[in-house]
Ligand binder design. Structure first.
Ligand SMILES: Cc1ncc(COP(=O)(O)O)c(C=O)c1O
Length: 349
């Protein structure tokens, strides 16, 4: 049955929870929540809509005012959609290291993308966005500190999970963090309404900012003063910037987290590929990483447990990244052999 919407923004959220069949260990009910079903393909469509509509309600965002944000991509893509639909110009600052298709996508949606030097990492793009907002009087969405980000997750993502598991077990909820909006917004609702659900947080093995126990130095507005000493660059784009975001630290301070799991690059990539090849679920690197954490929980969990993993975005965003490194454009030896096995339409024959 089809559904009718007044505009594209009404299609944000209400993403499906899907059962894992071939990759789930026996005796465990493993589910994934596939955020790639959002209109622009990632969980960040929620943040974008939540933050812009909150700013409209409070009057901080005026009609036609330019919006500016520092983003590794998915937030920019979500904001570009929301700003396009609502008629706000958008400027995004982004470190030059992030995948090229992300920039092109944002520009296709009408945004301006200002690149910042790789050497200045996440901090560089944040400082640039703040400076641009101050200089030009633009509205800075402040995704890492803005409470409208977790609030929208409490109102949507968390409610969807409560509805989908009403009357059923939900023993573990597994996520990572980029801003911590998903984590803080969902975990605080689960803690209240499903106190038996354990909150599991994954982070890159090479950048265990939470795992290090080292506190992040902050400015009075919650933004980071410097890069975190435990940060090293990692391929899980969208996860764990080079500082602990305020919203993520809040989730720690509120005692919401039951366990932290470090995830290796290899496990993240392998799980993303396996989800595609064995379950037909096409998602990105942080989804693979979260799923790797979920599988580890499944191995330790008592039989009969139910585990839910968040899968933040679509795999289509990673064609130019290491995720596709061993996927060739030319025919493989095996494919050439299939071609040679019949006489018609053979390349170079
Ligand atoms: C690919 C990807 N995975 C995970 C996340 C984490 O989401 P959140 O910002 O809600 O912590 C993001 C966003 O930062 C993302 O872009």
């Amino acid at each position: 049955m089809g559904r009718k919407f007044a505009n594209i923004l009404e299609t944000v959220g209400n993403t499906p929870v899907v059962k894992i069949n071939r990759l789930a260990p026996a005796g465990i009910n493993l589910f994934v929540k596939v955020e790639a079903f959002n209109p622009l393909g990632s969980v960040k469509d929620r943040l974008a809509l939540g933050v812009i509509e909150d700013a409209e309600r409070s009057g901080r965002l005026k009609p036609g005012q330019t919006v500016v944000e520092a983003t590794s991509g998915n937030t920019g893509i979500g904001l570009a959609m929301v700003c396009a639909q609502k008629g706000y110009p958008l400027v995004v600052t982004m470190a030059e290291t992030f995948s090229v298709e992300r920039r092109r996508l944002m520009r296709f949606l009408g945004a301006k993308v200002v690149l910042t030097p790789a050497a200045q990492r996440g901090m560089g793009m944040v400082v640039k966005a703040i400076e641009l907002a101050k200089t030009h009087g633009w509205f800075l969405t402040r995704q890492f500190e803005n409470e409208a980000n977790p609030d929208f997750h409490s109102q949507t993502t968390a409610r969807e999970i409560l509805d989908d598991f009403a009357g059923e077990r939900l023993d573990y909820w597994v996520t990572g963090y980029g801003t911590g909006g998903t984590l803080k917004g969902v975990a605080r609702v689960l803690a209240k309404e499903r106190p038996d659900t354990k909150i599991i947080v994954c982070e890159p093995q090479d950048a265990q900012l939470l795992g290090s126990g080292i506190v992040q130095q902050r400015n009075p507005d919650g933004s980071p003063v410097t890069s975190h000493p435990a940060f090293k660059s990692h391929p899980m784009q969208g996860w764990t910037p080079d500082f602990i975001p305020k919203l993520t630290a809040d989730a720690v301070d509120m005692g919401l987290i039951s366990a932290l799991l470090p995830i290796s690059n290899e496990d993240a990539m392998r799980c993303s590929r396996e989800l595609a090849r064995k379950e037909g679920i096409f998602v990105g690197i942080t989804s693979g990483a979260t799923f790797a954490g979920g599988l580890r929980i499944c191995r330790e969990a008592p039989k009969g447990s139910t585990v839910l993993c968040m899968l933040p975005d679509t795999g289509e965003r990673y064609l130019s990244t290491p995720l596709f490194a061993d996927v060739t454009a030319e025919m493989t030896e095996e494919e050439q052999e299939i071609s040679r096995s019949t006489p018609s339409a053979r390349l170079g024959a």
